[in-house]
Design a binder for this molecule. Sequence first.
Ligand code: CTP
Length: 299
Amino acid sequence: MRTWRIASRSSLGLRLCGAVVTVCEREAGLVLVGLQALPPQQELPVRDDLQHVALSGHQELEALERLLAPRRDLAGERVLVTSGPTREPIDPVRYISNRSSGKMGQAVATAALRRGAEVILISGPTTLTPPAGAVYVPVQTAEDMREAALQHLERATIVIKAAAVADYRVKQPSATKIKSRKDEGLTLDLAPNPDILKELAARKGRAFLVGFAAETNDVRANAAAKLRAKGVDLLVANDVSVKGIGFDAEDNQVTLLDRWGGAIDLPKMSKLEVADAILDRVVGLRAADRSPASNRAAH
Ligand code: CTP
């Protein structure tokens, strides 16, 4: 962890002059941990734990610029993000769920907010604090998530479905706690949940739709099939069997497949960086789609 005070007249501009920035250095680059902006005239008390560094190193400066003064290329957009797991009740104390932490969806919401978008974050149960500025819609079950997503779909210009929706729910959850009868075992009668992404694809109008694919094998082939089956514009595929990326990890490594045949393998990065790369791709694909002379060949 390093704390910097931004020296006067750095290329970050006067707005950030004197700000105190705390960053954490990770393999994939710098991650912003804290930013305390001080009014221009205010003197900083001398503190031993603060490195008063004029940011001279080019790479450091660029990384900080990206963190502190991001593009506002999503101003005017309304981004609907679904995130986290869903929880399907078995009885009042038990449920069916999955390992999703909600970090990827939350990173997408955070990145979109920084880039100027209005963000609606529909999230299943997580331990995360929603990013300030997002309209936060907490949900429990897939059915709740479906309802909330459909309700907000009409106003969305970009929809990003990062949630790990439980594919099945218990047909008739018990109203009272199921008593254990160990000698008998227990069979749960499950019913399939609605495929929210498919439904959104059918009703999305002009919104740009991004889906995720959690795969454990034949990632590229399974993801390509999912892209077609779900009818999305862009699919973010990740191999959730690899330790250190995907479910409940800080980092992710994904492939971006689009419906025009493009495929981009991204390196392992923090989830925030992956989120920005996804948004970059959305912006790029939409711009290309609008251009009459566009060549949508794979690259
Ligand atoms: N999804 C959804 N509703 C479901 C299941 C999945 O909206 N009932 C969405 C997820 O939010 C994700 C995408 O579909 O954007 C792919 O989810 P994934 O779990 O990878 O695939 P499934 O559709 O569940 O297919 P399978 O489990 O067979 O891989």
